[in-house]
Design a protein around this ligand. Structure first.
Ligand code: FDP
Length: 332
């Protein structure tokens, strides 16, 4: 049997092999993995300890907040608040950036969606955490939002998938690797080294209930995916869990595209560029996939505000490229 490789051992060897700087990034990734273990534990027992259901408030982009949303948000903030490494945290659950008191000299910024897909919490469905760490261009805590909008550098990103097992997937620009939580040992162990996303298909994930509110060229793309054409592997099969992380994870491992275009209810898309689309785009590209707003590569976009939303397509490179062609077309 091959020896199990823990996340911290893997991070250390990744640093050594690639001569990466050791100035705290591994520590931050490990701290996120620790937060994920706490969140995973609470999700597992949520129905037994009164953690299901709504809080009765809405988050900054108008979503109804679940108790687990707030719990996960607090866990993430607590995990980094005292680390001395993070100057500020942007979160889906916080209206404003949370600057850290002692963080003026800290070198990193954290952007996170602590609990993605929270409509799934009450039905024991898959949910996720999305995170990214940026290197700062300056110190001090005053102009942090400005940094995120202009010159902070995305150094590492990843997601946690809380499903039948808990998985931690991250990249710091040297490929994307996945770890599965061994609950008995209490460690994330390497299970998916150097994830490679197939070039295309066979799945697509989108809320088809919104089809009639989509632009005509997006409708044509969805129609195209379900046409019969054996040579190109169509029709694609529909898989939509209601949790972006879970759907993207399937596309990364097995191929396909996740799509949340603009629609009547969300004229600029629903998903948040800073803490949902950008981190997942980074991981997808590191796995050989692609992510796009339809017009531009997601990683070329900078948020105009913390909760800026964009239309989003992510997954297999050829599928996303085809989506971009449909998005650019003027139609028949
Ligand atoms: P949720 O609002 O439940 O957090 O992040 C937003 C997200 O979920 C994605 O995870 C998910 O794919 C999508 O929104 C679901 O939105 P719809 O209900 O409109 O399909």
């Amino acid at each position: 049997m091959k020896a199990a490789v823990t996340l911290d051992r893997y991070l250390a060897s990744e640093e050594r092999l690639n001569e990466l700087s050791t100035s705290g990034l591994s520590e931050l990734i490990l701290q996120m993995a620790f937060a994920a273990k706490i969140v995973a534990r609470e999700i597992r027992r949520a129905a037994l300890v009164g953690k299901l259901g709504l809080v009765g408030e809405r988050n900054p982009t108008g979503d109804a907040q679940k108790k687990l949303d707030l719990f996960a948000n607090e866990v993430v903030i607590d995990a980094f608040g005292e680390s001395g490494l993070v100057a500020a945290i942007a979160s889906e659950e916080l209206e404003e950036l949370r600057t850290i008191d002692c963080g003026g000299d800290a070198s990193y910024l954290l952007c996170a969606d602590p609990l993605d897909g929270s409509s799934n919490t009450d039905v024991n469905g898959a949910v996720g955490t999305i995170f990214s760490f940026y290197g700062r261009s300056r110190t001090g805590t005053c102009a942090v939002e400005d940094e995120l909008r202009h010159d902070a550098e995305l150094l590492a990103a990843g997601y946690v998938l809380y499903g039948p097992s808990t998985m931690f997937v991250y990249s710091r620009g040297q490929g994307a690797n996945g770890f599965t939580l061994d609950h008995d040992v209490g460690e994330f162990l390497l299970s998916h080294e150097a994830i490679r996303c197939p070039a295309r298909g066979p799945y697509y994930s989108a809320n088809l209930g919104r089809y009639h509110g989509w632009p005509a060229n997006v409708q044509r793309f969805a129609d195209h995916l379900i046409e019969r054409d054996t040579a190109s592997g169509r029709p694609y099969s529909l898989r939509y869990t209601g949790a972006l992380v879970a759907d993207l994870h399937r596309s990364l491992l097995e191929g396909g595209i996740y799509l949340y275009p603009a629609d009547e209810a969300h004229p600029n898309g629903k998903l948040r560029l800073l803490y949902e689309c950008t981190p997942l785009a980074f991981v997808a590209e590191q796995a050989g996939g692609r992510a796009s707003s339809g017009r531009r590569r997601i990683l070329e976009l900078r948020p105009q505000s913390l909760h800026h939303t964009v239309p989003f397509a992510v997954g297999s490179r050829e599928d996303v490229e085809l989506y971009e062609k449909f998005a650019a077309s003027r139609g028949p």
